[in-house]
Write a protein that binds this ligand. Structure first.
Ligand SMILES: Cc1ncc(COP(=O)(O)O)c(C=O)c1O
Length: 422
């Protein structure tokens, strides 16, 4: 990172922390998945990615405690040497969820670092979606060498992608496209129908998906948006996170066959050089996986999906600038200027609601907004109260800077309610 850039980010983050809108410690003695206490005030929590609300589930807590009682707090040895029997049980449950051989990395980021440099070869061309998660981009940088071509694609532009595939395949053996299943900032989904078409049309086209935010609330056995909307394809590598809807930790790496899984297990850096996941976390993951593999997951999904639909309908009724109305548990309410976003967050906190104020460099300048995550711990009444307050605060604060909603739509280059195509 350039020195001037890190200095700018450092300044912006320090200012935002001092203003009380980022890096806030919670003061809870206990946590119910719903409320956080910040600066002595209880707030309804709108920043949790634990979409199914399983972090307080008794079965996960008991399984975690039981694992500690049996195995202690850690088994401190590389998985290349020896591993807890919990791994075998969990990876077999995960393989059942995804219907394909699955390997568990300590985190999703370490998973990307283990997979990407191994699966891409010289004379491959790599195309990153402009908005693919930072952890994927970092792993691509590690894979890069003079015989591997890397370029960036404008977000979700499948028309450009097909042209680039045709051109690049004249020179390179394979073309890879790296993308997120659900984009973590605006909550929009991958264009799965187009990707399916391209995968079927070009045998040397491969995709690598990070569906961290798609797990749990979508698909059979909660396998996520990729399995739900694309199904499986031999040229797919699927990765996802257990640190969100699974209420635990780790990165699941899903492969087409046992040979690929074994290659990564033997050569991937985090399977050799990183420590293992702690028994308590593996215990919670095993309990979560059993819920995913039972019919209960469909009741849980129904609850979450009803809340998502309610959020979209009510926000649209209030004419709030939702940057996409995609059906996912992540929403981004545009506000435009950074100062308006921070003031809106403080206004909401004063009323007992903790959402996330997003600004540069996480999003472009003047594309600030409030990021909201829906979990099963919310109710429709919570959503209504929250969105009413956002509307009241946003209109008041835009007025203070001589703006209105039209300026917000202009800042994002979208028109009111035509918000699905970012
Ligand atoms: C889309 C996506 N991928 C990867 C990660 C990183 O996950 P991990 O903490 O398991 O490395 C995140 C983190 O929030 C994410 O949102």
């Amino acid at each position: 990172m350039r020195k001037e850039y890190s200095a700018l980010i450092n300044r912006l983050f320090t200012k935002a922390r001092n203003e009380g809108v980022i890096q806030q410690p919670i003061q809870n003695d206990t946590f119910n998945g719903r409320d956080v206490i910040v600066n002595g005030k209880r707030q309804l929590f709108w920043a949790s990615c634990s979409y199914l609300g399983l972090e307080t589930d008794e079965r996960l807590k008991r399984a975690s405690i039981d694992a500690v009682e049996r195995y202690g707090t850690q088994l401190s040895a590389s998985r290349a040497v020896i591993e807890s029997g919990q791994y075998g049980e969990l990876e077999s449950l995960l393989s059942e969820i995804f219907g394909k051989p699955t390997l568990l990395a300590p985190t999703t980021s370490l998973g990307h670092i283990s997979v990407i440099p191994i699966i891409v070869h010289e004379l491959d061309a790599l195309i990153m979606d402009q908005k693919v998660h930072n952890s994927v981009q970092n792993a691509i940088l590690m894979a890069r060498d003079e015989k591997i071509h890397v370029e960036t694609l404008n977000h979700n532009r499948m028309d450009f992608l097909e042209t680039r595939i045709q051109i690049l395949l004249q020179k390179y053996n394979r073309v890879w496209y790296f993308l997120d299943g659900v984009y973590s900032m605006f909550g929009d989904l991958a264009p799965y129908d187009d990707l399916k078409y391209l995968l079927n049309k070009y045998p040397n086209f491969h995709i690598y998906v990070d569906d961290a935010h798609g797990l749990g609330w979508a698909g059979k056995n909660g396998a996520g948006t990729t399995i739900r909307d694309l199904g499986w394809h031999p040229n797919l590598i699927l990765t996802t996170s257990l640190a969100k809807s699974f209420a635990s930790c780790g990165g699941a790496l899903v492969f087409d066959n046992e040979e690929q899984k074994s290659l990564i297990r033997n050569c991937g850096s985090s399977f050799i050089f990183s420590g293992p996941i702690q028994p308590a976390v593996l215990g919670a993951s095993i309990a979560a996986a059993k819920i995913y593999l039972s019919d209960e997951i469909y009741t849980i999904q129904k609850d979450v999906n009803e809340l998502i639909t309610f959020f979209i309908d009510y926000a649209n009724q209030l004419c709030l600038p939702l940057i996409t109305s995609a059906h996912s548990p992540i929403f981004y309410i545009g506000v435009g200027k950074l100062e308006v976003g921070k003031k809106l967050m403080r206004f909401l906190m004063a009323q007992g609601h903790f959402a996330t104020s997003m600004g540069f460099p996480a999003v472009p300048m003047n594309n600030s907004g409030i990021r909201v995550c829906i979990t099963r711990n919310h109710t429709k009444a919570d959503i209504k109260e929250f969105l009413d307050l956002v509307t009241e605060g946003l209109i008041m604060l835009l007025h203070e800077v001589d703006q209105d909603l039209t300026d917000v739509y202009d800042a994002f280059g979208i028109s009111p309610l035509a918000t699905n195509n970012i």
